[in-house]
Design a protein around this ligand. Structure first.
Ligand SMILES: Nc1nc2c(ncn2[C@@H]2O[C@H](COP(=O)(O)OP(=O)(O)OP(=O)(O)O)[C@@H](O)[C@H]2O)c(=O)[nH]1
Length: 487
């Protein structure tokens, strides 16, 4: 018996759970629905705060603190740089395209958002230059996340390309160059700046929502992909909050908080990937892993059953004669040893019949080997029909057979032999347009009086078989006296 220990218990537990689950399909569907509802509500939670401030907050209330803003941005940049590194490390191992774009998105956010913090003190004089880096950093991140999502099932990048640093350095340089280009807003009017911000934020919002929609329609179920979707949903709400806000207003600060929440959720996913498979699309939930285990165990058990079947078949083939299906010499020897040992131990009887077809060569010569084969098979079936379950018929030579008869003395053996002889003699086999019959000569020997081991018994049985042949064939001989020739 195969023992699977704790693994088996876990699997059996799952099987029981599954059985229960099957019984309560409806309950499963309801809880699944509830789970999705909770996730949706959780994702939309920031909107409640945004709506609350929008409706109830006095618009003139402001919290203008450059220092707090600088500290918040410094923290955001530090964490973002850290998560960029962790994501990049994941990518170098898994090569997952989605993770590559994630890392690029985080890198873009870090480098584009940086001047937003550095230039905070410019705010009173030039709000445009200070603010522009916020929406653009979110847009860059949204673009990368959406592209990554598009390639979520692309094959992993080649090993050598994962480790190359030059593409990352080039991407970093491009983001810094973008920072310089963005400094051009310095020359734009206040209206142009406002229009630019709004457009950038709206595009970021549309891209993030497109990502959420894509994932919802494709029904992503893997835990990290669910986290990805929630994060995009939360980030999109931060864009809404930014669109509704004025600088230093409470809505504006809240928008920062929502953006940070979206970032934290995604970074949680990244860390989870880092601590497991380093990929977003191969981290499975516990239920999924258990299901996989169940399927794999079912396969293993199936394979074991097939192996056992094949082994049994092989063992049978190794012990059987290919033509007649009777025991072969190997099985005969093993069984004879066991039967002799048992009979000797229990002081029981055991007899042996040595059988040989008479003039079998003539059958082959006259009708061909195929007919000879059919005769051998048919004869064996007939002999088996006249034996008990514990008796063993074996083919020990071409047309020579032996029968082991446990718990049988010589007198009983002679009667069985006679029954077999008569039954075989009555058989008729089809050979082309005629029928042929055969006869058997049989020598009998008994354990004890004729020998104490199989060699001796066989010698004695063969000797009596020879006497039967000498005496005219088609007869049973049980002693060593020459048999008078029958006519
Ligand atoms: N068709 C067939 N013939 C076999 C097989 N094994 C042995 N034989 C034949 O069995 C015949 C045995 O012939 P002999 O040993 O001369 O004995 P016999 O013709 O039976 O004559 P006696 O035993 O003296 O009665 C040979 O022709 C073998 O070729 C087999 O698997 N199939």
């Amino acid at each position: 018996m195969v023992c699977y220990g704790a693994f088996d218990q876990v699997i059996q537990g799952v099987a029981v759970d599954k059985g229960n689950a099957r019984a309560g399909v409806l309950m499963r569907q309801i809880t699944g629905l509830y789970q999705r509802l909770l996730l949706t509500l959780f994702t939309l939670m920031p909107m409640m705060a945004v709506a609350y401030i929008e409706v109830f907050q006095e618009p003139s209330l402001r919290f203008e603190s450059h220092m707090v803003h600088e500290m918040a941005i410094a923290l955001a940049i530090t964490l973002s740089a850290f998560i960029t590194y962790v994501t990049w490390r994941c990518y170098t191992v898994s090569g997952e395209v989605l993770v590559r774009w994630l890392a690029l998105g985080f890198l873009g956010f870090t480098l584009i958002y940086l001047p937003h913090g550095l230039l905070t003190r410019l705010a009173p004089d030039d709000q445009g230059l200070f603010l522009v880096y916020g929406p653009v950093s979110r847009l860059a991140m949204a673009v990368c996340f959406l592209v990554g999502l598009y390639y979520h099932d692309a094959p992993a990048d080649a090993l050598e390309s994962r480790k190359r640093l030059s593409p990352w350095i080039k991407a970093g340089a491009a983001f810094l160059a973008l920072d310089l280009v963005l400094a051009g807003v310095y020359f734009l009017s206040a209206t142009q700046v406002k229009f630019l911000f709004t457009m950038v934020e709206i595009v970021a919002l549309i891209l993030l929502l497109a990502g959420v929609l894509f994932m919802a329609l494709r029904r992503f179920r893997l835990p990290l992909m669910v986290i990805y979707m929630i994060s995009l949903g939360v980030l999109s709400q931060s864009s809404i909050a930014f669109l509704l806000s004025d600088i230093w207003s409470h809505q504006w600060w809240l928008a920062h908080g929502i953006s940070a929440a979206g970032f934290f959720i995604l970074s949680f996913g990244v860390v989870q990937a880092f601590r497991t498979t380093r990929s977003f699309s191969t981290v499975y939930s516990q239920a999924q892993v258990m299901e996989q285990l169940r399927v794999q165990q079912a396969r293993t058990l199936d394979a074991l059953a097939q192996l056992e079947k094949a082994n049994t078949q092989l063992a049978r083939q190794a012990a059987t004669d290919w033509l007649t299906g009777t025991a072969n010499r190997r099985q005969h020897t093993t069984r004879a040893k066991e039967d002799i040992a048992r009979a000797s131990r229990d002081d029981g009887d055991l007899s042996v019949l040595c059988l040989d077809i008479d003039h079998f060569k003539q059958i082959n010569d006259s009708h061909g080997h195929d007919v000879g084969d059919e005769v051998l098979k048919g004869m064996c079936i007939e002999i088996q029909r006249n034996l008990r379950a514990q008796d063993l018929l074996s083919r020990v030579g071409g047309e020579e057979f032996q029968v082991l008869l446990p718990e049988t003395d010589l007198g009983q053996a002679a009667r069985i032999a006679e029954r077999i002889r008569a039954a075989v003699a009555a058989l008729r086999f089809q050979a082309e347009d005629t029928t042929v019959g055969i006869t058997l000569s049989i020598g009998c020997a008994q354990l004890g009086q004729d020998g104490i081991d199989m060699d001796a018994l066989t010698r004695k049985g063969d000797k009596r078989l020879y006497l039967a042949k000498e005496g005219g064939r088609n007869q049973v001989v049980t002693d060593d006296a020459p048999v008078a020739l029958s006519d």
